[in-house]
Design a protein around this ligand. Structure first.
Ligand SMILES: O=c1ccn([C@@H]2O[C@H](COP(=O)(O)O)[C@@H](O)[C@H]2O)c(=O)[nH]1
Length: 309
């Protein structure tokens, strides 16, 4: 799957991921009204609204991008109906040829991680049958429980040609509280990065490993260090746009081959029509605003990479 992701990045010239994080207040009123008319102001109505919202955004952007990253929390808040909308979104993105990164941030004791891995990336056995549950291509994983929590995911990735992005240095303001703590003189995120690199070397695609890392765009200096520490690791970089990251912050997340990083923006793309810069589109044309925001993000990152050459 890492090979497919790289091929798609090269084909689209867009090292970006659209984050499908649909809060109900991002969904334009006309879509909410239609869904509520059919299902009432219910969890089912909300789930229908976010699904219709996602579908229009995917239809308007899929030809420009290699991948999407649905954030499962945004769906789980609507209970079972929301989870069904998550699955519908994953399947629809696959129909459109997109690589799907499930931002699920799982990780537990070994036996529980195994079930998470099977549910999100693998196939579950039911009698003589086998079924893929959510069937994302990549999942994000929390390494805090150590290798017991990660190895079951790696096993399923190997069997199913899937991939992981393991949290190394997250984009949020308080990420340093634990991740920057020094152990034998080096920050914890470096120890985690080194381990991700070691797992990765044993699980290579053609040029990069299918065991990737998450490093926030909001920490460019740390990104530079981690890039060197994990040369064959693909880095998923959240924090662009709404969290303040810009193209100029991202240059050192890439390798000299122009690859090695994929940048996520969620609110900056899906709720673009609410921003002053895209106000001319209006809420009826929200998906067109998202398309323009994708083009602008690609140009910003490309401009920064060209300027750094
Ligand atoms: O370090 C991390 C890890 C994951 N995320 C997730 O990425 C998106 C960011 O959304 P924006 O609207 O572009 O800020 C969201 O799903 C987070 O859960 C992250 O931000 N930082």
């Amino acid at each position: 799957m890492i090979n497919k992701l790289i091929e798609k990045i090269q084909k689209t010239h867009a090292p970006i991921v659209v984050g499908l994080d649909p809060m109900l207040n991002y969904v334009p009123e006309h879509i909410q009204k239609r869904a509520f008319a059919e299902y009432g102001e219910t969890l089912e109505g909300a789930a229908e609204a976010i699904w219709q919202f996602n579908k229009e955004i995917v239809d308007a952007t899929y030809d420009l991008i290699p991948a999407v990253k649905p954030q499962v929390a945004m769906y789980e808040q609507f209970g079972i109906e929301g989870v069904k909308a998550f699955k519908k979104t994953v399947d629809y993105c696959h129909e459109k040829g997109l690589v799907v990164i499930g931002d699920v941030k799982r990780g537990d004791i070994g036996s529980t991680s195994e079930a998470y891995a099977v549910g999100h990336l693998g196939k579950v056995k039911v009698g003589s049958q086998q079924f893929a549950g959510f069937d994302e291509d990549f999942a994000t994983v929390n390494p805090y429980l150590g290798s017991d929590g990660i190895k079951p995911f790696i096993k399923v990735c190997k069997e199913e040609n899937k991939g992981l992005f393991i949290l190394v240095k997250t984009s949020n303001p308080s990420s340093g509280e634990f991740q920057d703590r020094l152990i034998d003189g080096r920050p914890l995120y470096e120890w985690v990065g080194e381990q991700v690199d070691a797992w990765g070397k044993e699980h290579m695609g053609d040029s990069y490993s299918y065991i990737g890392a998450v490093v926030g765009a909001t920490y460019p200096e740390q990104g530079k260090v981690l890039r060197k520490l994990m040369p064959k690791t693909f880095i998923l970089v959240p924090g662009y746009g709404a969290q303040g990251g810009r193209g100029k912050d991202l240059v050192h997340f890439f390798n000299e081959d122009g690859l090695g990083a994929i940048i996520n923006s969620s609110r900056g793309i899906i709720a673009a029509y609410k921003q002053e810069a895209y106000a001319q589109f209006g809420s009826q044309n929200f998906a067109e605003a998202s398309r323009q925001a994708v083009k602008d993000m690609i140009a910003d990152i490309d401009g920064a990479l060209q300027a750094a050459k």
